[in-house]
Design a protein around this ligand. Structure first.
Ligand code: ADP
Ligand code: MG
Length: 320
């Protein structure tokens, strides 16, 4: 539809995994305790997210697909990292570059459906669903060749989706997640404590070979699980880092991780890591683009020190 929507869509949503992430975050924001995800063709054909969250009234659904409509306060929690300045963009952006079906139902109300085809409302009416919300995104970028050409194979897009789901599931061990791809169940986790959730998602052996981390320094908290130096991998593909519960891939943090394990493991080995850094909002640069996973810290050296020093002494205490 509107060119401006499609341009914005490319910024917020680049591939099925980023659409999936936005939808699941909305489910979590709506207080879901169960999130069910269905994909086909690596998410290129279908991304569907169903939740048992608050649901929306028909009027709120109509608002939700308008640009810049958000029900969330800008200063809500310390979401500076990922959301600030990009409130109310995700649903309209996704709906402008796909076939989009939004079903929702508040408790004690009837369900309603809105159908949108590349930004154009093509229908609405009653829908049968349990209380909560279900979003279907079909043929993402199907009519946007300029974007479509950046997409990879269904297999690669699926891998990115799985990665996104694992990160989201790790950040919220209290929520149940299921993932289905091309009709096959590929992930299913029930509510659990963090160490158990991480072991379930990454490696069951972490229950025995993992070191729980829980540190607090000047208002900065570091928690999670890291593998002992005796239990490492040949690839750095099992390292999950979060800042204020948002998944990040940050150079500074990865570098600090390396430094913490230096001399403890061979250069070509990598620990398994799920680490959550909680930093006061003022310590973060809020101007970093939300679709990116880099963060900027006001005091990078302090953060690095906490990670290297904290992990190092935890590993030392564990006898390494
Ligand atoms: P944002 O999350 O930044 O507010 P979105 O475009 O992602 O913007 O969503 C727009 C609005 O739609 C949200 O503010 C919320 O009110 C509503 N919404 C979206 N997804 C859900 C959901 N799964 N359950 C309940 N409300 C939702
Ligand atoms: Mg959102």
């Amino acid at each position: 539809s509107h060119l401006v929507d499609r341009i914005a869509a490319g910024e917020v949503v680049e591939r099925p995994a980023s659409a999936l992430k936005e939808l699941v975050e909305n489910s979590l924001d709506a207080g879901a305790t169960t999130v069910e995800i269905r994909l086909s063709g690596g998410g290129l054909d279908l991304v569907e997210v169903s939740d048992d969250g608050s649901g929306m009234s028909p009027a709120d659904m109509a608002l939700a697909i308008e640009r810049h409509a958000t029900s969330k306060l800008p200063d809500e929690r310390i979401e500076a990292v990922a959301s600030f300045g990009f409130r109310g963009e995700a649903l309209p952006s996704i709906a402008s570059v796909a076939r989009f079906t939004l079903d929702s139902r508040c408790r004690g109300q009837d369900g309603w459906r809105l159908e949108i085809d590349h930004g154009i409302r093509i229908g609405e009416g009653p829908a049968a669903l349990p209380p909560g919300t279900r979003v279907r995104v079909e043929q993402l970028f199907g009519k946007v060749p300029a974007r479509r050409k950046f997409l990879r194979s269904p297999r690669a897009e699926y891998a990115a989706c799985l990665d996104a789901v694992r990160r989201l599931a790790m950040a919220r061990p209290d929520v149940a997640f299921t993932l289905e791809h091309d009709g096959r169940r590929t992930l299913s986790v029930r509510p659990a404590g963090l160490p158990q959730r991480v072991a379930e998602l990454l490696d069951p052996s972490l229950a025995d070979h993992g070191l729980p981390i829980d540190l607090d320094r000047n208002g900065v908290r570091l928690g999670g699980v890291v593998s002992l130096p005796t239990f490492t991998r040949g690839a750095a593909d099992q390292q999950f880092l979060f800042v204020n519960r948002r998944p990040v891939k940050d150079r500074l943090l990865v570098g600090a991780l390396r430094a913490a394990y230096q001399d403890l493991i061979a250069r070509d080995r990598h620990p398994i890591v799920a680490l959550f850094l909680e930093v006061p909002g003022a310590e973060l640069d809020i101007n970093v683009h939300p679709a990116k996973t880099e963060v900027r810290f006001a005091d990078p050296q302090g953060i690095r020190g906490l990670l290297v020093g904290g992990l190092r002494s935890a590993l030392d205490q564990a006898g390494h």
